[in-house]
Write a new protein. Structure first.
Ligand code: PLP
Length: 391
């Protein structure tokens, strides 16, 4: 049936599979398994001679609706939904890496991703080199030698540094590496890494895709050959499956993604400009400000600057804690992408396990606060920050 090709239309209708009841909203198939009409049919399905569901660790209709809708949004040939963003990052790496491989990754990187690279992969004989996200010469140097995988976050959590995806895709290809982009901060609504040459994108769907702080989820999008030969066998045998209920929540989240991002982004731009004029702010990082060191790249690579702001408030950890503790409307939380505005101190929460020398090297300073802008009135958020920052 013709479903329309516009992004907003796809976010509402894409991937919908209606049962014979003709339900309006997508059905939740909360079932662990599926029945076979005969032993012969069971054998045929398991052998993949006939199509049909077998077991929800392998595939489930509600989860499949989410995967198909997201693949349409991303412009990907396939998508796999998993239990969390970290399950997505973990599977994207472990499904394809082998002992002796070399990974090149951007920094800063979300704390748990850095842990996988620096603590877990070395146990299996896989090495990682970190390159500062916005350092083109650093990328050229690191990828002048063969590598098997490149992992980047852009915009980066929490400093909002950017990586030039198209440039990096060329370097990665020349080095023999697949490029994996963690696109959680932008979502495909604002940035399409696959269209710029990346091989895979990974997401914490927990963030803007749910958008209301309700459930965890992860998504991986890319090319069907990789999914069929490498990723799906890994997922079905290791089992980081998404609950059909959470898949349904995320489907509902996708329906409103466009209007939430547009509204939250508008407020983020207003807030970032106001913060930049505040006398007690040392630095504001927001890809929509001309003062962002990569403002031109943001304009070229993203269709909007997003909903996240990083600010340095000066005075180290004590001052940052003081500002956070005085906020009333904006809540302290290490989540992001919610309709509630949330603030976090990355050095002691999301990136607390990153060694201090790496935090310093990659700009996760003690006076840095990350703000995830929500749907509240901009005036209330400005008043809240004004009171918290003090005269
Ligand atoms: C950039 C990035 N990648 C991955 C993750 C992990 O996602 P999840 O918490 O859904 O496992 C996060 C979570 O904060 C994140 O910010």
């Amino acid at each position: 049936m013709e479903q329309g090709t516009g992004v907003r239309t796809r976010l509402v209708h894409g991937g919908t599979l209606r049962s014979d009841f003709g339900e309006t909203s997508e059905a939740i198939f909360l079932t662990s398994g599926f029945l076979y009409p005969s032993a012969e049919e069971a054998e045929a399905r398991v052998a993949e001679r006939t199509a049909g569901y077998q077991y929800s660790r392998i595939a489930n209709p509600t989860v499949r609706m989410l995967e198909e809708r997201f693949a349409l949004l991303e412009g990907a040939e396939d998508c796999a939904a998993v239990a969390t963003g970290m399950a997505a990052v973990h599977a994207a790496l472990f499904a394809q890496l082998r002992a002796g491989d070399r990974v090149v990754a951007s920094a800063p990187l979300f704390g748990a991703c850095l842990w996988i690279l620096t603590e877990l992969l070395p146990r299996f004989g896989i090495t990682t080199e970190l390159v500062s996200a916005g350092d083109p010469e650093g990328w050229e140097r690191a990828l002048s030698r063969p590598a098997q995988l490149v992992l980047v976050e852009t915009p980066a959590n929490p400093t909002l540094e950017l990586v030039d995806i198209a440039h990096l895709a060329r370097l990665a290809q020349a080095a023999g590496a697949r490029l994996v982009v963690d696109n959680a901060f932008a979502t495909p609504y604002l940035q399409r890494p696959l269209a710029r040459g990346a091989d895979l994108t990974v997401y914490s769907a927990t963030k803007l895709i749910d958008g209301q702080g309700r459930c965890l989820g992860g998504l991986i999008a890319g090319y069907s050959r990789f999914f069929g030969e490498v990723l799906r066998p890994y997922l079905r045998n290791t089992g980081p499956s998404l609950s059909p209920f959470n898949a349904w929540v995320l489907l509902k989240g996708l329906e409103t993604l466009s209007i939430r991002i547009e509204a939250q982004q508008r407020t983020a731009q207003t807030l970032a400009s106001w913060l930049e004029g505040h006398p007690r702010i040392v630095e504001v990082r927001y890809p929509g400000l001309p003062s962002h060191p990569q403002a031109e790249l943001a304009e070229r690579q993203m269709s909007g600057p997003g909903t996240m702001i990083a600010v340095r408030v000066g005075g180290g950890r004590a001052r940052a804690f003081n500002v956070l503790d005085r906020l009333r409307v904006i809540k302290i939380s290490n989540n992001l992408g919610d309709v509630r505005s949330l603030a976090t101190h990355p050095a002691t929460t999301t990136h607390a396990k990153v060694p201090p020398e790496l935090r310093e090297r990659f700009g996760i300073s003690e006076d840095l606060i990350r703000i995830s802008v929500g749907l509240e009135d901009a005036e209330d958020l400005i008043a809240d920050l004004d009171r918290a920052l003090g005269p």
